[in-house]
Ligand binder design. Structure first.
Ligand SMILES: Cc1cc2nc3c(=O)[nH]c(=O)nc-3n(C[C@H](O)[C@H](O)[C@H](O)COP(=O)(O)O)c2cc1C
Length: 216
């Protein structure tokens, strides 16, 4: 064991947050205290980012009419997604895929404008800005779970329409809607698994040695 390791209890807490984090779609209103929200956003903001570009921008939605409008956009995209799914369309429509109107806090996470100026680590892989943003969201997600709050990541929306609604500058891009808040309980397993929509694959199938597809 490394001398730098956390105590056994601390390590257990980290792994517990990772294992028990769930994507939540069922919320029961309530609120997130301002100091708790600030703590969670600080956790997100401590994420690693390519070249330390910190490409994330957070927009907290406070106006009920704006939240309704965002919900409307998601509903439109949900219908289009169902259409695109063909034979699984009805099954998809039965899934709950967002909790926008029920969650205590709604956050939009966006990539900043002017990202092309950041070349370090992105010359061949420009999508590393998105990867960095995802690290920030995962920090927030894990911290929220430790605080007993649910978080649901919603990506069913037309980005340009949402960008216009939020007065975002050209070059920026909304990438995630985060529903955050108290939940009655956390799903024991991913909801898509509980509902029979998808089955997770074990790590051993996705872990190769030396060459793609080679398992030892
Ligand atoms: C980038 C990203 C986008 C997602 N978008 C949605 C979404 O639009 N609607 C939804 O219901 N779940 C969404 N999810 C949640 C996934 O369905 C969920 O993470 C997955 O089923 C595993 O469940 P778990 O997070 O509870 O382990 C998204 C997750 C990620 C990482």
């Amino acid at each position: 064991m490394s001398e730098q390791a956390f105590s056994p209890e601390e390590r257990a807490a980290v792994y517990r947050a990772i294992a028990e984090r769930r994507d939540m779609r069922h919320f029961h209103g309530g609120e997130v205290a301002p100091e708790l929200l600030a703590r969670l956003l600080e956790a997100a903001h401590q994420a690693p980012s390519v070249g330390l570009m910190q490409p994330w921008r957070f927009i907290r939605i406070t106006r009920p009419a704006l939240r309704q409008a965002i919900h409307g956009l998601v509903e439109e995209e949900r219908l289009r997604t169902a259409e695109a799914l063909g034979e699984r369309s009805e099954e998809f429509m039965r899934l709950k895929v967002e909790g926008i109107l029920e969650c205590a806090e709604l956050l939009v996470v966006a990539l900043m404008d002017g990202r092309e100026a950041h070349v370090f680590g992105r010359r061949t892989l420009p999508e590393m800005d998105l990867a960095s943003m995802a690290c920030a969201i995962q920090n927030l997600w894990l911290a929220a779970r430790a605080e007993g709050l649910g978080l649901g990541w919603v990506s069913l929306f037309e980005p340009q329409t949402l960008a216009t609604l939020l007065g975002m500058p050209a070059g920026s891009k909304p990438m995630a809607l985060l529903c955050l808040g108290p939940v009655a309980e956390f799903y024991a397993a991913p909801m898509l698994v509980q509902q029979g929509w998808a089955a997770p694959r074990p790590l051993r199938e996705l872990l190769f040695q030396d060459r793609w597809g080679k398992h030892e």
